[in-house]
Design a protein around this ligand. Structure first.
Ligand SMILES: C[S@@+](CC[C@H](N)C(=O)[O-])C[C@H]1O[C@@H](n2cnc3c(N)ncnc32)[C@H](O)[C@@H]1O
Length: 413
């Protein structure tokens, strides 16, 4: 007799992360099952969604597909009444169902087999660095106008998923946050319900059930799960004034960092955790900056040019967010590591530092981009105020209150 996880043969390559059974039940509570017709789980794993649907309405026809034969074998044991097939759901045909349920596969594009990637990349939502789940959900929407699935939450705001957001927005009925530990992986997850009623409801779902909290809307191209999504008015965008670039990517810190004393060619460095608002804590680490040697290394390294680091002043921003931004002006020609962003451009560094540390910009950012890592492309879309009086001076004085006031005035809010 197979144990409950025997069918999981390749989590990384096939994105096999089964849905906890309590969550299947609570997710099904949020929708109305059809009285009759067909319910399909196109990535059914061991068939747990189909089994729960069957318990609720035994009259429904059940279809389950999965690319993995071991998954289909496990599903046969769980739901013998279902029609189950080993098949790749991304291969198009004219199958249609009254409802699609489940949890799509999560596979990063670089882990997809070439043939699989080529197939997935024919979908309109397969752009940039999206995970396989994006084209898979697009396929689910082709299979039925009603879909109820659990999903990673990265599509809500990450820039790679802009096409995906546009694709689901017209049909979005409910997005509900799931508890932090709903899955073994520590990623944010949501329940997504697609329905022609498209009520754009927002809420949270846990073992107690669904609590609705308001509406979810696309604001500036991203979905926010907040009550308020602050709008900042500016004449231009941050990305038109300067760029944020990642620090040195050197691979093994153990190999390239040391605690001194420095020898010729070593440079001052810092990590994201040392970047505080307005100043950088003293780091006792030095970087053996040897671009030629570093570039010869694999995997990926990115020493970048000295011209980015070796300047009288620049802004250094911590790259992990916790939904807040922390940055400082570096005047010691540091070569920050990849857990930081570095500014490049002619604008006053203290002005940028003040903007990014200010309360209005943090409210704008936190409501839109809850992901744990700051993305430069997202910050490049920050509206840049037409008037900037007082911002740089307040930042230079590390005067948070004065800064917030100056930035509010600058944006007229
Ligand atoms: C996240 S698991 C979800 C399994 C099940 N629906 C559940 O919720 O427990 C995703 C499933 O997709 C299957 N899968 C991966 N690529 C697939 C494809 N192209 N077509 C169909 N199934 C696929 C995997 O084998 C895995 O069982």
């Amino acid at each position: 007799m197979a144990t409950s996880t025997d069918w999981i043969t390749d989590p990384k390559g096939l994105g096999q992360w089964p849905t906890p059974e309590w969550l299947v039940e609570r997710a099904l509570d949020t929708i109305e099952l059809p009285d009759e017709g067909t319910v399909l789980d196109p990535a059914c794993g061991d068939g747990r969604w189909l089994q729960a649907v069957h318990r609720r309405n035994p009259r429904l026809r059940l279809w389950g597909w999965d690319i993995a034969p071991a998954a289909i074998a496990a599903a046969r044991t769980r739901v013998p009444s279902a029609t189950l097939e080993v098949r790749d759901a991304l291969v198009l045909d004219d199958s249609r169902a009254d409802l699609v349920v489940g949890n799509p596969p999560y596979v990063r594009p670089q882990n997809l087999a070439p043939e699989q990637r080529a197939r997935a990349w024919t979908f309109s939502t397969a752009t940039d660095k999206v995970d396989l789940y994006a084209p898979f959900v697009e396929r689910m929407l082709q299979l039925s106008p009603r879909v109820a699935i659990v999903l990673a939450d990265t599509w809500l705001s990450l820039s790679s998923y802009a096409a995906f957001r546009e694709h689901v927005d017209p049909h979005l009925d409910l997005v509900a946050r799931l508890p932090k530990k709903a899955f073994e992986a520590t990623i944010g997850t949501v329940l997504l319900v697609i329905d022609p009623r498209a009520r754009h409801r927002r809420g949270r779902l846990d073992a107690e059930g669904l609590v609705e909290e308001g509406l979810v809307r696309l604001v500036d191209g991203v979905f926010s799960m907040e009550d308020e999504v602050p709008i900042l008015e500016g004449g231009s965008l941050l990305g038109e004034h300067l760029r944020l670039r990642m620090g040195v990517v050197c691979g093994s810190y153990r190999e390239w960092l040391h605690k001194g004393p420095p020898t010729i060619g070593d440079v001052r460095t810092c990590r994201g955790r040392e970047v505080r608002r307005f100043h950088i804590a003293e780091s006792r680490e030095w970087l053996r900056y040897r671009p030629r040697e570093m570039l010869a290394r694999r995997p990926y390294v990115a020493p970048k040019s000295r011209a980015l680091f070796d300047v009288p002043d620049k802004v250094v921003l911590a790259g992990t967010s916790g939904r807040t931004l922390r940055c400082a002006v570096d005047t010691e020609r540091r070569y920050p590591l990849d857990s930081c962003y570095v500014s490049e451009g002619a604008e006053d560094s203290w002005l940028l530092c003040g903007l990014l540390n200010s309360a209005p910009v943090n409210a704008w950012y936190g409501a839109r981009f809850p992901a744990p890592r700051v993305k430069a492309v997202e910050l490049h879309r920050l509206p840049w105020p037409a008037r900037t009086a007082g911002i740089a001076d307040a930042a230079r004085a590390a005067d948070q209150e004065g800064l917030d006031e100056a930035v509010r005035k600058a944006y007229g809010c």
